[in-house]
Design a protein around this ligand. Structure first.
Ligand code: ZN
Ligand code: ZN
Length: 378
């Protein structure tokens, strides 16, 4: 077969292959013959988290999606951590990622389209010159080009990447007393883990998991992936509410990136954290379930009178639920606004609170009825 494929990017191939081989062959041998101690494992965890969170909180949620603002110190730390993670500059990464969201699953435009298969979306897209034509086109990141830290990191990216990837493990090794061990564990193993867990978001998080919010794209919610990726596994939610600083929106969902951004806001290091309106999130979920049950009922070959009745009942319950969601969140919003402006006199406050509680009760009642109805189909 004559190859019409784009040229191989040998630097990338070498880095990925070499680091992977050293991590899986040399490191276990070193562990066996020399050994690693607790301090080295702890440093691996710290360095891995530094890389991971710089990508998730920095590259992804701060720069690509602008879901919050951060002060200079925080931005500097994320810029350095991103170079340490060796995933190209903020500007380049964000440009790719914005295209990914805009043209998700479009094989011609999405740089890591999941429809190209696991290998391609995981790592294959970086092994050849697939996007040579737009390599220096950052026109979708003009806002980022005004950020001095972004441009400084872009200019000195290679230097920063070399300094962090060799410097941090080397310094730790000197202090701790085992330079080779540190280079292996904190240098190579940390990099390989950081690479592949991040790459899972483009590959596995578009293949494996549930789709509670939308089926319009391949993105999935997956708690296990969230655990490996500092919270980025709630990817189905993220692809529909990309301006939300959270990916796991429930308190019990594992999203340390969200916790970090929120904690930093308490000391004033981050601000203007954006969240999606709760009613929109609820409605998206209900809409998805409605669609799914509807499809299931219609797929049933024997479409007869009873199916028609079931469909009608489903639609009716769905409309009622959507209405009650709207009513409840309206009441909630009104109450909060009045409370904020301190406009409420005591008796008014009581009246509004009563109204709010009534809406809440009606919504919960409808939710129970909806759950009962849909549970038999999904
Ligand atoms: Zn994103
Ligand atoms: Zn995605």
């Amino acid at each position: 077969m004559t190859s019409t494929k784009p040229a191989v990017l040998w630097l990338n191939v070498t880095i990925f292959a070499l680091t992977f081989l050293v991590a899986v062959i040399a490191t276990p041998l070193y562990a066996y013959f020399v050994g690693f101690d607790g301090a080295q494992w702890l440093m691996l965890l710290i360095a891995f988290s530094f890389c991971g969170m710089s990508i998730t909180a920095g590259y992804h949620r701060l720069w690509s999606h602008k879901t919050y603002e951060a002060n200079t110190v925080v931005r500097c730390i994320f810029a350095i951590g991103g170079a340490f993670a060796l995933q190209n500059s903020i500007l380049h990464w964000s440009s790719d990622h914005r295209i990914h969201h805009r043209y998700v699953d479009n094989n011609d435009k999405d740089p890591y389209s999941a429809k190209m298969g696991f290998f391609y979306s995981h790592i294959g897209w970086m092994l050849r010159e697939y996007q040579a034509s737009r390599y220096n086109d950052y026109s979708n990141c003009r806002d980022l080009q005004k950020d001095k830290i972004v441009m400084w990191q872009h200019k000195y990216y290679v230097l920063l990447a070399v300094l962090t990837n060799f410097g941090i493990p080397f310094l730790f090794g000197l202090i701790h007393g085992d330079v080779w061990g540190a280079l292996l564990l904190v240098g190579v193993v940390r990099l390989v883990l950081s690479h592949h867990t991040t790459f899972f978001i483009n590959s596995l998080a578009h293949i494996w998991g549930s789709q509670p919010y939308t089926e319009k794209n391949t993105a999935r919610d997956n708690g296990l992936l969230a655990f490996l990726t500092f919270g980025e596994g709630y990817h189905n939610f993220h692809h529909i509410f990309e301006n939300d600083y959270r990916n796991g929106i429930r308190w019990w969902q594992f999203d340390p990136t969200k916790w970090l951004i929120k904690s930093l806001s308490w000391i004033g290091a981050t601000r203007n954290l954006r969240t999606s309106p709760e009613d929109r999130i609820e409605k998206a979920k209900v809409r998805m379930l409605h669609k799914r049950v509807q499809k299931k009922l219609m797929d049933n070959r024997a479409t007869n009178h009873s199916t028609q009745l079931k469909l009608a009942r489903l639609d009716e319950e769905y409309e009622l639920l959507v209405q009650k969601i709207a009513d409840y969140y309206d009441a909630k919003k009104r109450l909060l606004e009045l409370k904020k402006k301190k406009l409420l006199k005591h008796y008014e406050s009581f009246e509004f609170l009563q109204q709010y509680n009534e809406m809440k009760r009606r919504l919960e009642e409808q939710q129970r009825s909806w759950q009962q109805l849909t549970a038999q189909y999904v």
